[in-house]
Design a protein. Structure first.
Length: 378
């Protein structure tokens, strides 16, 4: 049930034994050694609602938590209530004029961009979502190896502008918060949402302390239009931005194959101190906003591998659940992500969908390998 190997348990216990110096402590700890996992939740998460006729409806965090509870998964996690990110936190990443702009919109209601209405009070709710990711990130420094924010992963928010239903880039704000507080030097983002994380890329394109890896549907066929295979970072940060765009119609089997060829070798070579996993499930075949054809089991296998890579390297995995706009399919897909993290075998399965264009997928992977050839052995 728990992915802790006996050698690690032994070392941990020995340390405890010698520092505490009595057998009772040794035994007590020995029994309680399990991987500690955290999840953050606040009932106001459900106020992140962009309207009933908008794809982003507010009840997703609540429905996710209910389903996890029903499936006896939630009991594997300790639940924490986050606080709102402060304005000083937001300013670690965003321009002051942008933060002011969102605040003003939030007072009157309005539009942040053509696809992103700004309902009244959104400043507070988006600050709470950001605070959720920061709180979950902090738990990884309090003995938790996995921490989840069901309302995280707003990767379209750039320093001074945003769209794509995002207000503040909680991924980057959490990175900057942890960098300052815990003096980290190597952050890895694994962004598997169907949309390219253009905001995060804008923020970190020149920063080689953040390895920003994004798998997404090809920008020539989907919002936000960026994330081409040749975008690999600038100057001495070249190789630290990794983009794998998939053609519409790509299925789970090809996607998993691509993941195995690219993600584990780069992670092992980069040796991250923390992995931030934007685990958006708008890649599912039933999602109304995009055209990839991943199936429920794909999410189980992806999450299982990300969790194993974290175990092998940083032992700090921050999971931000990200996009997903088919209200039934997204909850089931998120559940499978939890199954993957826990190594829980009763994950949901459905029939695989073959690729529309398997050759193009193979060619894109080969192209990416060529672009990255000077930086990583793949
Ligand atoms: Zn998305």
């Amino acid at each position: 049930m728990f992915d802790v190997n006996t050698e690690q348990i032994y070392v941990f216990n020995c340390e405890y034994f010698y520092t505490e110096g009595n057998l009772f402590t040794y035994r007590a700890i020995s029994l309680s050694v399990t991987m500690k996992r955290a999840i953050v939740y606040h009932e106001d998460f459900n106020k992140y609602d962009l309207g009933t006729d908008h794809p982003l409806i507010g009840d997703k965090p609540k429905n996710t938590m209910s389903f996890l509870k029903e499936k006896s998964v939630l009991s594997e996690f300790q639940i924490f209530t986050p606080k709102k990110a402060t304005e000083a936190d937001l300013l670690k990443v965003h321009d002051p004029s942008y933060v002011e702009h969102v605040k003003k919109l939030s007072q009157t209601g309005g539009w942040l961009s053509e696809d992103t209405p700004a309902p009244k009070g959104i400043f507070e709710v988006a600050s709470l979502a950001t605070g959720g990711s920061m709180c979950a990130g902090e738990k990884l420094f309090e003995g938790y190896e996995v921490a989840v924010n069901p309302l995280g992963g707003f990767h379209h928010a750039s320093k001074g502008h945003s769209s794509g239903f995002c207000f503040f880039n909680d991924i980057a704000i959490t990175i900057e918060y942890l960098r300052q507080k815990h003096k980290l030097k190597r952050f890895m983002i694994i962004d598997l949402d169907v949309h390219h994380g253009n905001g995060t890329q804008d923020i970190y394109i020149d920063d080689k302390t953040v390895l920003n890896l994004s798998f997404h549907q090809d920008g020539r066929t989907l919002y936000p239009g960026t994330g081409s295979v040749e975008t690999i970072g600038r100057e001495d940060a070249a190789g630290y931005t990794v983009n794998l765009p998939f053609p519409p119609g790509t299925g789970g089997i090809s996607y998993l194959k691509a993941f195995k060829e690219i993600v584990p070798p780069i992670t092992r070579q980069f040796k991250p101190e923390i992995i931030l996993y934007q685990s958006g499930v708008d890649t599912h075949h039933a999602d109304p906003l995009a055209d990839l054809n991943l199936t429920y089991q794909t999410y189980y296998h992806l999450a299982k591998q990300v969790a194993a890579l974290s175990e092998e390297t940083s032992k700090k995995l921050l999971v931000l659940l990200g996009g997903g706009y088919n209200s039934t399919a997204c909850i089931k897909s998120y559940y499978n992500i939890f199954c993957g993290i826990l190594g829980k075998q009763d994950y949901l399965e459905e029939e695989e969908i073959p690729d529309t264009d398997p050759e193009e997928v193979k060619n894109t992977i080969q192209q990416l390998k060529q672009y990255l050839n000077d930086y990583w052995s793949l």
